[in-house]
Design a protein around this ligand. Structure first.
Ligand code: PMT
Length: 414
C-alpha cells in the first residue's frame, strides 16, 4: 500500500546482480509504484533496456541526450527525473558508481540525475569482496552515509568470480523492505516509538524440553512492518519466530513469559504505542529440572505449573501512573465466546482496542497467512472485518492506532 502512486527512480549499474533487479523493478511496479529506470552504459551489457521497459511499462533512460517521452521534450531528462522522484534506488551499485556518487561526478545520465535528486537515496552495493573492503570504497561509503544515504548490504555469499565473501547484493525482498521504510519515514507515526510483542513463548521443563504454542510470529511481524511504514521507530519483543525480523525494526529476543515481561516493562516509559500480538504462556513449570528428565526414572511425569505475569494487564495498570503508553492494543485468541471474552480483556487490562481472532477457523489465527478478526474499542460496537491477509490486518490496525493516538492527545490538549 505504501508503494501506491509513489515515483521511484531506479538506477541500475553494471553488475551480474542486475538479474535480481529486474525482479525488484517488477515487484515495485506490481506494488503500485511508478518506476523509472536509468541504466549506465555498462548495465546495458548485462541486460537490455527493453527488459526493464517490459516489467515497468515505462521508458528506460540510458543516453543523457535522450528527450523524455510524452511530448515533454522541452524538459531536460535528468532534471525532470530527479525532481519528480520520491525515492532513488541504486541497485546493483558498483564500486565505480559509488565512487562517482561520493565525489559528485556527472559524466553520465545516472550520476547527473544523482546531483539533482533531493529524494532519499537507497544503495544496494554488489562487488567482489576485496573491492568492497578496500579503503577507497569504504571511505566513499562513509561520505555517502554522512550525507544521509541508506545502504542495504552487501552480504556474504557466492560472488561472480566464484569466490565466497562479503560483496553479494541483498535479495530484492530486502531492498523492497528498505524502500518501504524510507518512503514512509515522514508518515503519521514519525517520531513515535511503537513496541510490539510477537511469537510464542517457551517455558522450560528441563534443558531440552519446553511448553510452547503454535504462534509463528507472522501477525506481530506484519504489524512491525506496517508501523515502520508509517514512520514509527519500532521495537519487536519476540519469542521464537518462523519469519524474519523486518528491515529497520529493532528486535529484542525474549524466550519466556517472564523475559518478555521484563523486556516490555524496561521500555515502557519511552513507549507511545504498545501492541500485544504475542501468544504468551499463561502457565510455566514451577521448578524446571536442572538436568534432562530421564524416562527410565518414572512411569509418569507430573509437572506443577504456576501462573506467569500478565504483561498487558501490568501495562494497563502502569499506564495510569506513567501516562504511557498513550495507546495499548491487545489481541484475543479464542475458540468460543470470542466477543464476550475479548470485551472482558478490553476492560480488565485497560486497553484501547482488542483485535479478536477466532482461532478455531482454519483460515485465521496461528501460523496461517490470513486472519479474520473483530475489532473492539471502548464505547463502540464490535466491528467484524472480512478475511484479510495478515499484512492487510496489520495495515488497518495501524490506521486505527493513528486515530486512537490523535484522539488521546486531542483529549490531553483539550
Ligand atoms: O503468530 P501467528 O502465527 O501469526 O498467530 C497470531 C496470533 C494468533 C498469535 C495473534 O494474532 C494473537 O491472537 N495473539 C494473542 C494470543 C493470546 O495469547 O491471546 P490471549 O487471549 O491469551 O491473550 C490476550 C492478550 O494478552 C494478548 O494480547 C496477549 O499478548 C496478552 N497476554 C497474555 C498472557 C500473558 N501472560 N501476558 C499477556 O500480555
Amino acid at each position: 500500500m505504501i508503494l501506491e502512486g509513489k515515483r521511484i527512480l531506479l538506477g541500475v549499474t553494471g553488475g551480474i546482480a542486475i538479474y535480481k533487479v529486474v525482479h525488484l523493478a517488477s515487484r515495485l511496479t506490481q506494488g503500485g509504484a511508478q518506476v523509472d529506470v536509468v541504466m549506465t552504459e555498462a548495465a546495458t551489457r548485462f541486460v537490455a533496456p527493453m527488459t526493464f521497459q517490459a516489467v515497468t511499462q515505462r521508458a528506460v533512460y540510458v543516453d543523457p541526450w535522450q528527450p523524455i517521452p510524452d511530448g515533454e521534450h522541452a524538459r531536460i531528462a535528468h532534471v525532470h527525473l530527479a525532481r519528480s522522484a520520491d525515492l532513488f534506488i541504486i541497485a546493483p551499485a558498483t564500486a565505480n558508481t559509488i565512487a562517482r556518487l561520493a565525489h559528485g561526478l556527472a559524466d553520465d545520465l545516472l550520476s547527473s540525475i544523482a546531483l539533482s535528486c533531493a529524494a532519499p537515496w537507497l544503495i544496494a552495493p554488489a562487488m567482489e569482496s576485496h573491492m568492497w573492503a578496500s579503503p577507497a570504497t569504504q571511505a566513499n561509503v562513509a561520505i555517502l552515509r554522512d550525507r544521509g544515504v541508506t545502504f542495504v548490504g552487501p552480504v556474504a555469499g557466492h560472488l561472480a568470480s566464484g569466490a565466497k565473501g562479503v560483496g553479494r547484493m541483498v535479495e530484492p525482498e530486502e531492498i523492497m523492505e528498505a524502500a518501504r521504510a524510507l518512503l514512509g519515514r515522514n508518515g503519521p507515526l514519525a517520531g513515535r516509538r511503537v513496541v510490539i510483542t510477537a511469537g510464542g513463548t517457551r517455558e522450560p521443563i528441563d534443558p531440552v524440553r519446553y511448553i510452547g504454542n503454535r504462534s509463528s510470529g507472522k501477525m506481530g511481524v506484519a504489524l512491525a512492518q506496517a508501523a515502520r511504514d508509517l514512520g514509527a521507530d519500532v521495537v519487536l519483543i519476540h519469542g521464537p519466530l518462523q519469519v524474519p525480523v523486518p528491515w529497520g525494526v529493532e528486535a529484542r529476543y525474549a524466550e519466556t513469559a517472564q523475559a518478555m515481561y521484563e523486556a516490555t516493562m524496561a521500555i515502557l516509559p519511552e513507549t507511545d504505542v504498545l501492541i500485544g500480538a504475542a501468544a504468551v504462556a499463561d502457565f510455566r513449570p514451577a521448578e524446571p529440572a536442572a538436568d534432562k528428565v530421564k524416562k527410565e526414572e518414572a512411569q509418569e511425569l507430573v509437572i506443577r505449573l504456576v501462573r506467569t505475569p500478565d504483561i498487558l494487564a501490568e501495562v494497563g495498570r502502569r499506564r495510569r501512573e506513567l501516562g504511557r503508553p498513550r495507546v495499548v492494543v491487545g489481541f484475543a485468541a479464542e475458540t468460543r465466546d470470542l466477543i464476550a471474552y475479548a470485551q472482558e480483556k478490553l476492560h480488565a487490562k485497560n486497553l484501547d482496542m482488542v483485535v479478536a481472532n477466532d482461532i478455531s477457523a482454519p483460515d485465521a489465527g496461528f501460523a496461517v497467512d490470513t486472519n479474520r478478526v473483530t475489532i473492539l474499542r471502548r464505547e463502540r460496537e464490535p466491528e467484524p472485518w472480512p478475511l484479510l491477509s495478515k499484512d492487510e490486518v496489520a495495515e488497518r490496525v495501524m490506521q486505527e492506532v493513528v486515530v486512537l493516538l490523535r484522539q488521546t492527545e486531542g483529549m490531553d490538549d483539550g
